[in-house]
Design a protein around this ligand. Structure first.
Ligand code: NDP
Length: 237
């Protein structure tokens, strides 16, 4: 446990999966948590009730909505962007609109949210983006555009770390490997294939990702910035 009492946290994409684990962890550790959702209203309201957090509908594919949701919760001590989509498939066949939407959610939203949060973030603030080990390694066909989005946030974090470092604001990327969520369920058809790439042959648990986020958001991590933190059971090793 890290003591986040008195800290204001916004989690973009908190209704399910890794985002929901982040909501639970930061709420348990005493933070004042707000999270966004797009489609999962019931799950979001249930989670808000369970954790005593606040929720708001905000589509991460809509730049104005992203900026407004950050403004409405600012000043923030901690921003975490977990909202993400995954469009896999043959690049010659996959819908161009699905690719562009993925770029909007996975790249443009973290950028605009981070910049907006930094406008009013106090010294020592924390910005954490949930990337993916696929930003480093794409060991199968059909993932070029997803990997593109996860590599893009690496460059963004390196640059923004320098932009905001003089205010002791840190900017980091967490890079999960296969993690059991609706996006990638451990009992799904791809599991055995993915475990073949891994040293620890199981999916990660969303709580394990949230634990790393709590560390990076906590007081011991003030010297860690512009860095990628892979938590993947050895998928990228
Ligand atoms: P899930 O599909 O389980 O959950 C996705 C979450 O993102 C939901 O809360 C969803 O909200 C939200 N979201 C999606 N699109 C939007 C949008 N347009 N606006 C607002 N919120 C949105 O995914 P995961 O929890 O698995 O993924 C979370 C992050 O982790 C993503 O960035 C993903 O790329 C990354 N990741 C996941 C891995 C995995 O194996 N699971 C591995 C590596 C990285 P709602 O349902 O309300 O729309």
């Amino acid at each position: 446990m890290t003591d986040f009492h008195g800290k204001k946290v916004l989690i973009l994409g908190g209704s399910r999966g890794i985002g929901a684990a982040l909501v639970r962890r930061f709420a348990q550790d005493g933070a004042d948590v707000t999270f966004t959702y797009a489609g999962s209203k019931d799950a979001a309201e249930e989670l808000a009730r369970e954790t005593g957090s606040k929720t708001m509908k905000s589509d991460a594919a809509d730049r104005t909505a992203v900026i407004e949701s950050v403004k409405a919760s600012s000043p923030l001590d901690i921003l975490i962007v977990s909202a993400g989509t995954l469009a896999l498939g043959n690049p010659l066949e996959i819908e161009a609109d699905a690719i562009d939407k993925m770029i909007d959610v996975n790249v443009r939203a973290p950028y605009h949210a981070s910049v907006e949060a930094a406008r009013s973030m106090p010294e020592g603030g924390r910005i954490i983006i949930i990337g993916s080990v696929n930003g480093d390694r794409m060991p199968f066909a059909g993932g070029a555009a997803y990997a593109l989005t996860k590599s893009a946030v690496q460059g963004m974090a390196r640059g923004l770390a320098r932009d905001f470092g003089d205010r002791d604001i840190t900017v980091n990327v967490i890079q999960p490997g296969p993690t059991s969520t609706d996006m990638n369920p451990e009992d799904g058809p791809m599991s055995e294939f993915m475990h073949g790439f891994m040293a620890i042959k199981r999916h990660g648990r969303p709580e394990e990702i949230a634990g790393l986020a709590a560390y990076l958001a906590g007081p011991e991590a003030g010297f860690i910035t512009g860095a990628m933190h892979t938590i993947d059971g050895g998928f990228g090793a």
